[in-house]
Design a binder for this molecule. Structure first.
Ligand code: NDP
Length: 307
């Protein structure tokens, strides 16, 4: 029987683990499909406090993981297949194991949707990015592409004009899912050039480990063209990793967990932290902060039961 199980080993999960371990709760972290979360998929991180020269995302994660281990956190590999949160102890099944726990912290994250092209995967962190706030400053005076037709794409394209010389907004249809106000703002920005209806077919050049060109295909006529660019921002949405919690935890229409009073969910003793409950800020530091809050609440929950 565990006092606390943490699902997810990104910034939120690992920070929760540090706090829970230091509170003597001997946390168990279940790593999940993407150990290390979104930071493990990026390169330079320049906005995490305490690292004036910046730090590589995977290194930041590795250091945070070691910090959690130092105070006795246990890690098990494997993604969660099912949960039973109907009564305590909660039951969590991952791989062949079923674990029992008095409290649960869900920090399973949200995965950025990707186009699904191999070259895009290979160049992630080398010119391909899923986060304008994180990586925009690396593209000062460059020509870059933002892909997507929703509010995220409009917001990121507009934000990126602060740095970029030109932002090309590529969308597969000529109609946009974005709200009128966000679309109008992007249209009014002289630095944004709309390119529709185009899909990204290929990102070059994987052999040089940098983005130099993309091949676009017109989704109506089939015409192909290549466009020079130094950055490619994928802004086609995120999917919170919450499928296994359907029917157990309250979530919004997009599948994000709904929390109240900080990290509390609708089930007493189950807390949520990081991107799994936040589609607004999505930053390493906000995820870490909410992981800390979840661990403190788990500790207080257990202490109140004992009293
Ligand atoms: P959306 O699901 O709204 O939009 C995703 C966009 O990406 C769509 O235009 C879609 O194209 C496109 N897309 C999806 N998959 C692919 C693919 N494989 N290849 C190419 N294009 C693809 O996601 P968002 O992240 O933009 O928004 C999510 C929610 O968050 C929305 O409710 C939005 O309003 C909200 N939001 C609000 C903001 C604000 O108000 N400040 C800022 C950001 C988000 P298609 O249209 O053809 O399906």
């Amino acid at each position: 029987m565990h006092k606390v199980i943490i699902i997810g080993s990104g910034c939120a999960g690992l920070t929760a683990a540090i706090y829970a371990a230091r509170a003597d709760l001997q946390p168990l972290v279940l790593d999940g499909y993407e150990p290390g979360g979104q930071l493990a998929l990026t390169t330079e991180v320049e906005n995490f406090p305490g690292f004036p020269e910046g730090i590589l995302g995977p290194e930041l994660i590795e250091r945070t993981r070691k910090q959690a281990q130092r105070f006795g956190t246990e890690f098990h590999a494997g993604a969660v297949a099912s949960v039973d949160l109907s009564k305590r102890p909660f039951k969590i099944t991952a791989g062949k194991e079923t674990y029992e726990t008095q409290t649960l912290i869900v920090a399973a994250g949200a995965s950025a949707r990707m186009l699904g092209i191999e070259s895009e995967r290979n160049l992630l962190g080398h010119g391909v990015s899923t986060c304008a706030t994180c990586d925009g400053a690396f593209f000062r005076n460059r020509d870059i592409i933002v892909v997507g037709g929703g509010d995220t794409a409009m917001e990121e394209a507009t934000f990126l004009t602060k740095f970029a010389k030109k932002v090309m907004l590529v969308h597969r249809r000529s109609e946009f899912r974005a709200s009128k106000i966000m679309l109008d703002r992007a249209h009014a920005n002289e630095k944004i050039e709309f390119m529709t209806p185009y899909a990204i077919e290929e990102v070059h050049d994987v052999s040089k480990k940098s983005v130099e060109l993309v091949t676009l295909k017109n989704t109506q006529t089939g015409e192909r063209r290549t466009v020079a660019t130094e950055g490619l921002f994928i802004a086609i949405g995120h999917d919170p990793n919450t499928k296994v919690f359907k029917g157990h935890l309250n979530m919004d229409d997009n599948g994000y967990l709904i929390t109240h009073d900080g990290p509390k969910t609708n089930v007493a003793g189950v807390f949520a932290a990081g991107d799994v409950q936040d589609h607004h800020y999505r930053q390493a530091i906000t995820a870490a902060g909410s992981g800390c809050m979840a661990a403190i609440e788990a500790e207080r929950f257990l202490a109140a039961e004992k009293a």
